[in-house]
Write a new protein. Structure first.
Lengths: 237, 388, 291
């Protein structure tokens, strides 16, 4: 198969996949490296990437992170089942589309305005996007292809994404489960042994320990907390 | 909708039997709006567009659309459309020449803001001294905005393109505004035959959740949402997001091409491909070029005709194919800059075969003889003798 | 249904970053104003926390008050324009629209009408928050006409009497004689009478104030939102100094606001008889019953 688009980094200012002639797949079909293929073929290649490349990660977007529609429960459960079958899989959410001040925590989240930061920092070489609105998914996938060497899988509820290495369209919970089954099959073929394990929870969640915080930790802003001379501030909001 | 209508997909709607009416271009546009399940229309007067929004006001009063008001001026109109469309409703407005330019700051931001809506552009002179006459120079200002642009030749096109525009603009892989232009007065105020389906049928209603961006309605996650990121920091990351965002707009524009085949029978119409002289025109000029083509056929000349229906996305491949054996290309236009001529020159490998003109502007009509003269010249015939 | 869009899918809660989880668990959504209002700031997860405004910015402080005062944050959309304010507003956990220059009140006209069409039974509050330049200069026509049309949303003008974000130019709201960029010899006309313009144009509730008292500031914001739901346009003209362009040392920002309160930003409140009647009802009830 001729790869119309491939894993990056493609460079400083890449052409977009649609401008390179990649078109969205028709209903019932998928895209693999920019070519229209059967859904099974795309899923098999994607599964292989997730099983053999470093730090496979699933990036769920707002449409599956929040309980806004009745199908979210099934879909989110299916995504976790998929994640549990991938050895070493992490889940890093994209909870937001706006640029965040002062910066995002690259271990805890991914942002469509600079997705490559999360990919590069975590050395992610294969990933799945699901539940991200198409506009932001396209921006994200293009920036990842431009600046990283990460294999991208798009599981889209609508028409799919030209920029992804593997793009599955019209995805429901059942399609996620189908992908899981194919992944398990490919895993067996590859001879990788694995028992289903849930990915670790978000690293930002453990409570931070402010116990030994002192005014000195505030540097040039320490005057703002107005401690008196000799006072030791033990508790700070 | 208060009237009892049967709602259909655009494909189903377009397959319905039609009845022939003799109506103006302005009526044709409002008749399309009537069948579009538009939620809200915002009006502001300018000649020659006003007629369209008067009629849309009438169909609002009859209950075909749910909300309508006259705004303060075009920038207010176009901004309110951007607000309402983000709120998840289907929007329509129309304007002309100077009005388009007054609203342009908002209009050119619509694609980047992912605002689906339909904009009627009933063309008019924009340059000083003031004139209300037809001239489509204003379309040149839209060509680099990312907006999808259709150009109607006559009243029938105005109806068909406007109706199709409502389907195209809300496609998940497009979701940018679609403009439907036609020449002021020549089409808007003149009657022509228009075949229309019964008005009890309408296009299915807007689904704001079938969209590539979240509606700003407190019903779609994320909560911390600002759809249009202000990426104003001076660093590589902010330049990069802006550049891929711009690419996405033009990709979306390009993705609209398949819907030209689905809904308006392709982006161009070609007659007599392979002729030595090819006439290429859009809008009202296409009607005159079509007539010149007919004359030429009667005279047995090797002349073909291409009508460009869709200015954006630009049908590069289709135009190249249609003109690949042409020796001369003549581009009649209703503006002084020749924007269509420039586009054609830029898209074929042998741009030198494209003649500059004939062009008329400032409200001048485009006589078929003007085009015939160019044809005779191109074929090395003495036009004066032939005309006499 | 509105609250659903901010409740995490149960399966994913443990995979969300901390601040999103806290926003739901400890934020003000769906809670009673007596627990999560301005009086309780610091004890709950506020809608706007970190922001890039200058140290000592009085505008940033007032923006925090706006978000803490919202009667119905889960059903609120804010709209702004270019200017410093949007740097903080855009960080709040409330949908924010940043459009073009000065178009906030035209956009709000469109979106409030859209909401009434789509959600006839749900009250969605729309608030435009912009600076003196966005509201009274570049957006003047759209501001005024939205009021003349009796569009039902709240307009808040953050008046720092200067174009702060673009580097300190004269605005229509700068005082006469102010030497600023683009008025190198001093401004040669006075402040535009924004409050009178709002009353003339048909706003049903108008306040001018320097927000030195957070309860008073919050009360005005809430009144403006309640009146906009039922009666018509409302307007708050509030002094939010620019301590950079007017060289106010950070420790003196509050003193400056106090002085303004005695001067040209002395508290003034206008309400129509209908608004007065409405406030009497609303303020005698608990927050949840009226929202």
């Amino acid at each position: 198969m001729q790869k119309k688009i491939d894993v990056g980094p493609v460079g400083y200012m890449p052409q977009s996949a649609p401008m390179m002639g990649v078109e969205l797949s028709p209903e019932g079909k998928a895209l693999l490296y920019g070519n229209v293929v059967s859904e099974d073929e795309a899923m098999r290649d994607a599964a292989k990437a997730l099983l053999t490349m470093q730090n496979p990660t699933i990036f769920p977007g707002p449409m599956v992170l929040w309980d806004w529609k009745d199908d979210v429960a099934d879909k989110s459960a299916a995504i976790l089942e998929l994640a549990s079958e991938i050895p070493n899989c992490k889940i890093i959410p994209m909870p937001d589309y706006r640029p965040k001040y002062p910066k995002i925590d690259v271990k805890a989240e991914i942002n469509p305005n600079h997705p490559n930061l999360t990919i590069l920092d975590n050395k992610i070489k294969a990933c799945v996007f699901i539940g991200v609105h198409c506009h932001y998914a396209n921006l994200t996938l293009r920036m990842i292809r431009a600046g990283t060497d990460c294999y991208t899988v798009a599981m889209c509820a609508e028409m799919g994404h030209e920029e992804a290495m593997a793009s599955i369209r019209d995805v429901h919970a059942s399609d996620v489960l189908k992908f899981r089954d194919i992944l398990v099959e490919v895993r067996k073929e590859l001879g990788i042994e694995h028992t289903a394990t849930m990915p670790p929870e978000n690293p930002s969640l453990p409570k931070e320990d402010w116990g030994d915080l002192t005014p000195a930790d505030y540097g040039e802003y320490r005057s703002l907390i107005m401690s008196r001379k000799g006072e030791h501030v033990a508790e700070v909001e | 909708m208060s009237l009892d209508k049967t709602l259909l997909s655009m494909d189903e709607l377009l397959k319905l039997p039609r009845e022939k009416h003799f109506i103006t271009g302005a009526q044709a546009m409002s008749e399309a709006v009537k069948r579009s399940s538009t939620d809200m229309a915002i009006a502001y007067p300018i000649t020659p567009q006003s007629e369209v929004m008067h009629l849309v006001g009438d169909i609002f009063a009859q209950g075909h659309i749910k909300e309508y008001y006259r705004a303060e001026e075009e920038l207010g109109t176009m901004s309110a459309i951007a607000g309402a469309a983000r709120g998840g409703v289907r929007m329509f407005t129309a304007t002309s020449g100077p009005g388009l330019l007054r609203g342009l700051e908002a209009i050119v931001s619509w694609p980047g803001h992912r605002i689906p809506c339909v904009l009627g552009v009933l063309t008019r002179v924009i340059n000083a001294p003031l004139s209300i006459q037809p001239d489509n120079l204003e379309m040149a200002y839209l060509m680099h905005s990312g907006i999808v642009m259709l150009h109607a030749e006559n009243q029938q096109d105005t109806f068909d393109f406007t109706l199709a525009a409502f389907a195209i603009t809300e496609k998940v892989d497009v979701y940018i505004p679609v403009s439907v232009s036609t020449e002021g007065f020549f089409v808007t105020h003149a009657k022509g035959y228009v075949e229309m389906m019964d008005e009890k049928y309408a296009f299915e209603e807007c689904d704001p959740y079938k969209a590539p961006v979240p509606a700003m309605d407190n019903e779609v996650p994320p909560a911390r949402i600002q759809r249009d990121a202000p990426v104003q920091k001076s660093n590589f990351m902010s330049y990069l997001i802006h550049s891929v965002w711009q690419q996405e707009i033009w990709d979306s524009n390009q993705r609209a091409m398949k819907y030209m085949y689905q809904y308006i029978d392709g982006p161009i119409e070609v007659q007599n491909p392979g002729s030595d002289v090819m006439l290429v025109a859009s809008g009202c000029a296409a009607a005159q070029a079509r007539e010149a083509h007919r004359y030429a056929q009667e005279e047995g000349l090797s002349v073909g005709f291409v009508k460009v229906k869709c200015i954006r996305p630009w049908p590069t491949d289709e135009i190249r194919e249609a003109l690949k054996t042409a020796k001369t290309v003549i581009v009649p236009e209703h503006n002084i800059v020749g924007w269509l001529c420039k586009e054609i020159k830029g898209c074929i490998p042998n741009g030198g075969i494209v003649l500059e003109g004939p062009r008329v502007y400032g409200g001048m009509t485009l006589p078929v003889e003007l085009i015939m003269t160019e044809i005779y010249n191109a074929l090395g015939m003495d036009s004066l003798v032939l005309q006499a | 249904m509105s609250l659903r869009y901010m409740v995490p899918a149960s399966k994913f809660k443990r995979y969300l970053p901390k601040d999103y989880v806290e926003l739901v668990d400890y934020g003000p959504f769906g809670k009673d104003y007596s627990e999560v209002g301005v009086k309780n700031m610091g004890t709950f997860k506020e809608l706007v926390e970190e922001h890039p405004m200058c140290s000592g910015c009085w505008m940033a402080y007032y923006i925090k008050i706006i978000f803490a005062a919202l009667p119905n944050p889960e059903n609120t959309v804010t709209i702004g324009t270019a200017g410093c304010g949007r740097l903080a507003i855009s960080q709040a956990a409330v949908p924010f629209i940043y459009g073009n220059y000065g178009d906030q009140n035209a956009m709000a006209s469109g979106i409030t009408r859209a909401f009434r069409l789509r959600f006839p039974d749900i009250q969605k509050d729309v608030i435009t928050i912009a600076g003196d330049g966005g509201m009274m200069d570049i957006g003047f026509s759209m501001t005024m006409h939205a009021w003349f049309r009796r569009e039902r949303f709240t307009t808040i003008m953050l008046d720092n009497e200067v174009y702060g974000n673009t580097g300190g130019q004269e605005s229509g709201m700068s005082i006469e004689g102010a030497v600023l960029k683009m008025s190198p010899k001093g401004k040669n006309f006075g402040k535009m009478p924004a409050m009178q313009l709002a009353i003339t144009a048909g706003c049903v509730y108008v306040v001018k104030m320097s927000p030195t008292n957070i309860n008073k500031a919050a009360k005005a914001i809430r009144r403006a939102i309640f009146a906009a739901r039922k009666l018509g346009p409302t307007f708050i003209h509030v002094y939010t100094s620019c301590n950079i362009e007017y060289s106010i040392p950070t420790p003196d920002v509050f003193r400056d606001a106090k002085e303004m309160e005695k001067g040209r930003f002395a508290f003034e409140e206008f309400m129509t008889p209908e608004a007065k009647e409405l406030f009497a009802v609303v303020e005698s009830k608990k927050k949840r019953e009226v929202s």
